[in-house]
Ligand binder design. Structure first.
Ligand code: ADP
Length: 593
């Protein structure tokens, strides 16, 4: 998804100014004041230089008194020194505090990522956008863009000052100076435009590099890399991606270096022409000898000023594009809609003719699913891998929006509720649960932060999930877990039980358990799930499992097949019915006998 419209260089100025001022008002105001002072000094510089050269020239010709030359020399020195002092102060202000504080923009980005509909996370372009927005902040995109304009102020004033001085000699110097820098400026604008396009196109490659880096250095995959002998392959894959980025960048810089050189040649013609013009003016007696020297100096100064101003503008064009990466993310990504407070489940959750298709996949993961789960019912969803169990639970929980059909909570669309209040009454324990490298207390208590210091509650959740002994052995609730920060490592099964403890600790009305038990051996898994069903008596609970035998302990079983509800009923009803459930039951019966 490339942005098509051409962006004005000023497009983000208002937003960046507002945002940076909100984060660091003192620094921003200080820099603006200093830059204004520098601009004023710059103006003084041009007229002081002209005045000094003129007086010195006249003095050499015997036409001016020495004191005037000294006074003007003094003014000239002050005018030269003041901008340097301002620059030093600006740099001190811009450096550490600003660059530290502006990372708050990343914080805001995290907040926004957390508020987009979860289905967006299934799309690679979303991750490209987040990457670019993140890099925009990490590379100081917004700060550079803002201060680029502020830095332009003194440059502009000095430029105008120079124009004013040189116009006093002869206006023809002005178009001459501007024309002589035009080719190199055009080259620089093009450079900025193409550089941004290149970087933008490299986003997926940069992300791949980042991913490979994590695979190579992360702890969780290290064992697989070593034992499977895949490390060398992945290292080479990373090097290949790195080389591609470097080759493209080098080729680009080389091509542009040549262009810049050719553009710069034009400037010499300008200098030659200005000397010729000055000689001609002097010859015609239009300017004095002192003015002749000042004229040539002022032309050089005008030329380099014009170049600096335009060059800075070209950079600003590029910076606008990079700053835009940050704001485009906020503009392009719709937030979850706000809704009304969720009062809690009163009667039933219902799916009506729901169909759902993952982005980029041509196949429906759910097609025409209709079912109802009553409050307090304990339902087990069974079915083969890929039959749509997880997708169904996500759509029912309002995590994904159905393409067709509706999911209703007590007759109202699940999507019409405020997400925060809605999820307060939900506990979803997922297949790929998180192993937080935190303390036991945080691992369990994070699902209800207000109760994180309630030891009794946390220990009860641990007990219910069958992990009390492990907590004791690890050293209690405040023991650090995981090797990342020198804590106690748990087995895969223990981590899974911990995730279940976290889910139970939330004490939600509706609990969804999506097979987070694959690392447990079959009997333990079965035991935990049966206990779980028992514990959730009186709550609405949904267990997704390929363990068909669980159905015996549930109030109702939903059998999924190829994205559709194949059967529903109790264990006995379904067995009597025959079909998919009966087939799966007989296949797995050995586990339960
Ligand atoms: P189950 O939980 O029964 O194993 P899922 O609900 O995970 O099944 O998957 C149902 C179908 O949707 C499968 O064909 C699977 O390949 C597809 N699918 C699941 N997740 C995604 C995804 N993130 N993107 C695209 N397709 C997906």
């Amino acid at each position: 998804m490339m942005r098509k419209e051409r962006k004005s260089v000023l497009r983000y100025f208002g937003r960046v100014t507002r945002d940076l001022y909100a984060i660091m008002p003192w620094e921003v105001s200080g820099v603006i004041l200093l830059e204004l002072l520098e601009a004023a000094a710059g103006f003084l510089q041009v007229s002081a230089a002209a005045g000094f050269f003129d007086a010195a020239g006249r003095w050499l010709e015997g036409g001016a008194d020495r004191n005037l030359v000294l006074r003007r020399a003094g003014l000239f020195v002050v005018a030269m020194g003041l901008p340097m002092l301002c620059r030093l102060l600006v740099e001190a202000l811009q450096n550490l505090p600003m660059f530290l504080k502006h990372h708050r923009l990343i914080h805001r980005l995290h907040g926004r990522v957390a508020s987009v509909p979860l289905i967006r996370l299934e799309e690679p372009e979303f991750h490209n956008e987040v990457w670019r927005a993140k890099m925009s902040v990490y590379n100081f995109g917004l700060v550079n863009y803002f201060f680029g304009f502020i830095d332009l102020l003194p440059l502009l004033v000095r430029f105008l000052g120079t124009v004013w001085v040189i116009a006093a000699f002869h206006v023809s110097f002005i178009p001459l100076a501007l024309l002589s820098v035009l080719p190199s400026i055009l080259v620089r604008f093009r450079y900025q435009r193409e550089r941004y396009s290149m970087k933008r196109a490299q986003t997926p490659l940069e992300r791949r590099k980042d991913y490979l880096w994590q695979v190579l250095t992360g702890r969780s995959l290290a064992k697989e890399l070593r034992t499977m002998g895949t490390e060398k392959y992945i290292r080479e894959k990373w090097a290949l991606a790195r080389d591609q980025v470097m080759d493209e960048t080098l080729a680009f810089e080389r091509k542009n270096g040549n262009r810049v050189l050719r553009g710069d040649l034009f400037k010499f013609f300008g200098v030659g022409a200005s000397i010729g013009l000055s000689i001609w003016f002097a010859h015609r007696g239009l300017i004095s000898l002192g003015q002749f020297a000042a004229c040539i100096a002022a032309f050089g100064s005008l030329q380099s000023m014009a170049e600096s101003v335009m060059n800075q503008l070209a950079w600003q064009k590029g910076r606008a594009d990079f700053a835009g990466d940050y704001y485009d993310f906020f503009d392009n990504e719709a937030e979850e809609e706000e809704g009304e407070d969720y009062p809690g489940l009163q009667d039933r959750i219902e799916a009506r003719d729901v169909s759902f298709c993952y982005p980029g996949s041509g196949k429906e993961a759910l097609s025409g699913v209709s079912l109802a789960i009553r409050k307090g019912e304990r339902v087990v969803i069974v079915g083969e891998n890929g039959s749509g169990k997880t997708t169904l639970s996500k759509v029912m929980a309002g995590i994904y929006r159905p393409e067709k059909g509706r999911v209703l909570y007590d007759g109202k669309d699940a999507l019409s509720y405020d997400k925060d209040s809605f999820y307060k009454s939900f506990s979803v324990i997922q297949q790929n649960f998180v192993k937080y490298q935190f303390t036991v207390r945080e691992n369990i208590g994070i699902s209800r932060p207000a109760q994180i210091h309630n030891d009794e509650r946390l220990l009860k959740s641990a007990r219910d999930a069958g992990i009390e002994g492990t907590v004791r052995r690890a050293g209690g609730l405040d023991a650090q877990l995981g090797r990342e920060f020198d804590g106690v490592e748990l087995s895969g099964g223990e981590w899974q039980k911990l995730a279940i403890a976290r889910g139970l600790n939330k004490d939600a009305d509706v609990i969804i358990l999506d097979e987070p038990t694959s690392a447990l051996d079959s009997l333990v898994e079965y035991d935990i799930l049966v206990k779980f069903l028992d514990m959730t008596r009186g709550k609405t609970s949904v267990i997704i499992s390929h363990r068909i035998g669980l159905g015996r302990f549930a109030d109702r079983i939903i059998v999924m097949k190829d994205g559709r509800v194949a059967q529903t009923g109790t264990h006995d009803e379904l067995l009597a019915m025959g079909g998919e459930y009966g087939r799966m039951w007989h296949e797995q019966a050995k586990w339960y006998q």
